[in-house]
Design a protein around this ligand. Structure first.
Ligand code: HEM
Length: 235
């Protein structure tokens, strides 16, 4: 019976051992690191992005209104399914804009050149550490109309249809870009819509929207500073 990633890994390990392969990559150390990677790379990132999305919704009620109007009109009070995304362009744009402005992995992950390279006239020696600064793309003033402001229109055309933007790369780019992108996008869509169908997010009593502070806590991942928000039932 294969219930999960760990079962699949252990089954493969066993069959390789039975076939006499004692030196495969399917060993306990790699199993532990893979599980750690899945938790570290796959849980914090999505949870953080969701925190940012709720903070943006509480701070900008005019955008929350539009998301909730679209959700009520298209799916009503039921839970969204993956296939609903194409019919929810405004909601999709809000999630993309959340990822752009939240910029949670600003320096992607450290890479090292495997050989000497000349890139755009710059010589980079083999073995040099390279940090791809995603901030430079996500906040690029030549790409975005209002790079430093939350603006879902960045991802909408004149008819209100969702548009992809090349400069939207919160998962980085190239061969080593995030392998969890499609899973993360699906999770963000399902969790965000689930919450917004059921709740209205507001600042707590006595706090204004303007007082919600978007300054991130700086670390390897940019997280929102701790906030209290109210989740008011809509049903
Ligand atoms: C909002 C969610 C997420 C964001 C913004 C994100 C972003 C990133 C970024 C920027 C990188 C670095 C890519 C590079 O080296 O240039 C990365 C790597 C990685 N991500 Fe994600 N990620 C997310 C969710 C996930 C999920 C859900 C998983 C797995 C379940 C995952 C697994 C990984 C792994 C294993 C790597 C390392 C890949 C490698 O070094 O080859 N991530 N992610």
């Amino acid at each position: 019976m294969c219930r999960c990633f760990v079962d699949a890994f252990l089954t493969r390990k066993l069959s390789l051992e039975e076939a006499g392969d004692k030196d495969s990559h399917y060993n306990d150390e790699n199993l532990a690191y893979s599980v750690i990677n899945l938790f570290a790379a796959g849980t914090d990132t999505t949870a953080n992005t969701l925190q940012w999305s709720l903070l943006f919704m509480a701070k900008y009620p005019q955008f929350q209104d539009k998301v909730q109007e679209e959700l009520s009109r298209v799916i009503g009070s039921r839970q969204a399914r993956a296939e609903d995304r194409k019919n929810l362009p405004y909601t999709d744009a809000v999630i993309h804009e959340t990822q752009r402005l939240a910029n949670i992995v600003p320096m992607a992950v450290l890479h090292r050149t495997s050989q000497d390279v000349t890139f755009q006239g710059y010589f980079i020696k083999e073995g040099t550490c390279v940090l791809p600064l995603l901030t430079s793309v996500l906040y690029d003033e030549s790409e975005w109309e209002t790079p430093h402001t939350f603006n879902p229109s960045h991802f909408l055309d004149k008819e209100g249809e969702f548009i992809r933007r090349d400069a939207s790369m919160p998962f980085s780019a190239g061969r080593r870009m995030c392998p969890g992108e499609s899973l993360a996008r699906m999770e963000l869509f399902l969790f965000f819509t689930f919450l917004l169908v059921r709740f209205r997010f507001t600042p707590p009593p006595g706090v204004t929207e303007d007082e919600l502070d978007l300054t991130p806590v700086v670390g390897f991942i940019l997280t929102p500073s701790p906030h209290e928000l109210c989740a008011v039932s809509r049903q």
